[in-house]
Design a protein around this ligand. Structure first.
Ligand code: C5P
Length: 227
């Protein structure tokens, strides 16, 4: 395999958390550091792909030779993603928040506005599912759509089920616990494709990204050979 096997292909990567406002100073977010998504964007670019990275708020430096688009909310992320379709490869690594406040307050919510028991009721509505949206068969669908499934239990079963539910081609399953997954240097993942379930050894997120890139390159090489 050449050192830049993805030359001529376009890739889209989502990474990091999303950040949903409650009022001008408060928001709903999650613990995603963005490290795995940024490493994948870098590895794809190193392999010659033209990469757009659509990232929620993280503290990481922009990868080299990658177009970085910063967004805050899931809706912004979906808009940015659809604006970059069609593409050849999409890897949805972002930890997109499932819910957002239906009506973010335009001014800071004050204690005095709270209910009789001092309670604040937030009305939440579901966010769009970016991975599921782009996986729907259409002329704009990326040729290879890859999702990530962070799970705390029954990791492979849940991820295999999620692959079918979302309609993506491959799912990368990873266990999240105190010592694995979010905010960690290493990752233990299983790659689930229609053909196989492949457990990888625990390795750095950079090595996971390189291995995934090798698999992607092999996939396109095979596709080319059979077309
Ligand atoms: O959160 P969940 O486990 O469903 O995430 C699985 C996959 O779906 C991830 O690849 C994530 O980036 C993607 N996702 C998405 N939009 C959402 C929720 C998840 O793209 N609203």
């Amino acid at each position: 395999m050449t050192s830049r096997p993805l030359t001529g292909l376009t890739a889209l990567v989502t990474a990091g958390p999303t950040c949903e406002p409650i009022d001008p100073v408060r928001f709903i977010t999650n613990r995603s550091s963005g490290r795995q998504g940024y490493a994948i964007a870098q590895a794809l670019a190193d392999a010659g792909a033209r990469v757009t990275l659509i990232s929620g708020p993280v503290t990481l430096p922009a990868p080299d030779m990658v177009t970085l688009i910063r967004v805050q909310t899931a809706e912004d992320m979906l808009t940015a993603v659809t604006a970059h379709l069609p593409c050849d490869i999409a890897v949805c690594v972002a930890a997109v928040g499932d819910f957002r406040a239906a009506h973010p307050a335009t001014q800071k919510i004050k204690r005095e506005q709270l209910g009789p028991e001092g309670a604040l009721t937030l009305h939440l509505v579901p966010n769009p599912d970016i991975l599921k949206t782009i996986s729907v068969p259409s002329p704009a669908r990326p040729r290879l759509v890859i999702g990530f499934a962070a799970e705390t239990q029954n990791v492979e079963d849940n991820a295999a089920h999620k692959r079918l539910k979302k309609g993506c081609d491959w799912m990368v399953a990873n266990k999240v616990s105190e010592h694995e997954g979010f905010e960690q240097e290493n990752n233990t993942v299983t790659l689930i494709t229609p053909e196989q379930t492949d457990r990888w050894n625990t390795q750095s997120k950079i090595d996971v990204a390189r291995e995934l890139t090798r698999r992607i390159a092999a996939h396109f090489k095979k596709e080319e050979a059979t077309s």
